[in-house]
Design a protein around this ligand. Structure first.
Ligand SMILES: [Zn+2]
Length: 420
């Protein structure tokens, strides 16, 4: 009886959510391109354009507001008339990475950003927000959009979209789009093989392996003028489809692109929730920003790197390692719980993974053989050696292996938002 009651409640909830979606949104996508300028001291936002993305809305029509809020920024759509919150998602950005660098503390820089929202039926306010000192979201800029009067651009891309792994309706699946970068017309056989390597990597480890029927993978066969990607330290500047480069923020193997608007145009014919740039170089490297994009190269370690980066991109997970080359000790505010689900300051451990700790496991947990397979709270994580604790001795978000139980739980919770 209880079960039946619960499922009736759930069906009613889903029906209500769907009604909310169709009251306020069309089954299409509005792409918002803008610039974010600033340093750690201050930031500002300037609108570039509204673009009608081809194809249907690929995101959830049920979970319209972000239940996790892992990101440093948030896009929030409000009904213009009633100010009711209709849609929100949080994300991180290149700007957010930049202001953590020495240069970014003082010197202002401009970055491209794009957000996708379901296409409003009525006039809305689109708030682009960042967290203040107390981590509350405040609006940096507000765009007004009225479907009857606001001008939208349409852009054409002739890039071919391939189904690399297909499970069904994009609205009920996590859609990864892989865009080829640095593949010239002579590299099409390698591109095909590399798409396959990425597919295997994405579906190799739990929970992606166990959730593979909840995943679609799309490949965008973008052709570049040059073969390979830009490497400023070698004075190699190449013309590629989405502009991936080594040495982002002066870290050699940190491979990213700053051409965010070009990237979204290159992939616009695919339905997507998450973007992975496939960079045609066998040199180890990559990077990822939560709900923004990941960039991964095609060498021997690709399958591990792509999985690790998806942990950041899709799961909002932190690195569980301490970086011996930088060994910062002031990255995290130790008076608060970090936003990421897989590191803790123990300030509010109940809100993290205390429920996964077996009785008798000491907190903090010493790194000893007897705890090798146990969930605990081991000191060192999020690049910082003191005051930050990670859940496991081994994890995909550390030096490799499978995801630890805490990461698996967080990733599975994220899957629900896309698939219910
Ligand atoms: Zn983990």
């Amino acid at each position: 009886m209880k079960k039946i009651f619960l499922s009736i409640v759930f069906v009613a909830y889903t029906a209500l959510a769907l009604a909310q979606f169709s009251n306020y949104f069309d089954n299409k996508t509005l792409r918002v391109d803008y610039y974010r300028t600033g340093s750690k001291k201050s930031e500002s936002i300037k609108l570039k354009s509204f673009i009608a993305k081809p194809g249907e809305w690929a995101g959830s029509t049920v979970h319209l507001t972000d239940p996790f809020n892992y990101g440093a920024h948030r896009v929030m759509v409000k009904d213009m008339e009633t100010k009711k919150e209709l849609y929100s998602r949080t994300y991180n950005s290149l700007y957010h990475e930049y202001i953590a660098t020495k240069k970014g503390r003082k010197k202002s820089m401009t970055f491209e950003e794009t957000v996708l929202i379901p296409y409003p039926k009525k006039a809305v306010e689109i708030h682009i927000q960042s967290r203040n000192k107390d981590w509350e979201f405040v609006s940096i800029e507000t765009f007004q959009f009225d479907p009857n009067t606001t001008t939208t651009e349409t852009i054409v891309s002739n890039n071919e979209v391939r189904k690399i792994h297909y499970s069904g309706d994009p609205q009920k699946k996590v859609d990864f789009v892989i865009v080829a970068d640095g593949y010239s017309i002579n590299d099409t056989a390698k591109m095909r093989a590399d798409f396959e390597t990425f597919r295997k990597g994405i579906l190799k480890y739990a929970p992606f392996k166990t959730q593979k029927e909840n995943i679609n993978i799309w490949g965008v066969a973008a052709i570049s003028e040059d073969s390979g990607i830009t490497n400023p330290l070698k004075k190699q500047y190449l013309n590629t489809a989405v502009g991936s480069t080594f040495n982002s923020f002066d870290i050699d193997r940190y491979i990213m692109t700053f051409e965010i608007h070009t990237m979204h145009t290159a992939i616009q014919n695919a339905p997507y929730d998450h973007i992975i740039v496939m960079s045609n170089t066998d040199t180890y490297g990559g990077g990822a920003i939560y709900n923004f994009y990941a960039d991964v190269t095609t060498g021997d370690q690709t399958q591990f790197v792509v999985t690790h980066e998806i942990g950041h991109l899709f799961g909002g997970l932190a690195d569980e390692y301490v970086d011996p080359t930088v060994s910062y000790n002031d990255i995290h505010d130790l008076s608060k719980e970090p936003l990421e689900p897989n590191i803790t300051t123990l300030v509010n451990f109940d809100s993290k993974w205390k429920h996964l700790i077996e009785e008798g496991t000491p907190i903090p947990t010493p790194v000893k053989k007897e705890f090798l397979k146990k969930v605990g709270a081991y000191e060192g994580g999020g690049y910082q050696s003191k005051g930050i604790y990670r859940p496991a001795i081994r994890c995909m978000m550390n030096a490799g292996g499978s995801f630890c139980p805490v990461c698996v739980e967080a990733l599975n919770a994220m899957f629900k938002i896309y698939t219910e």
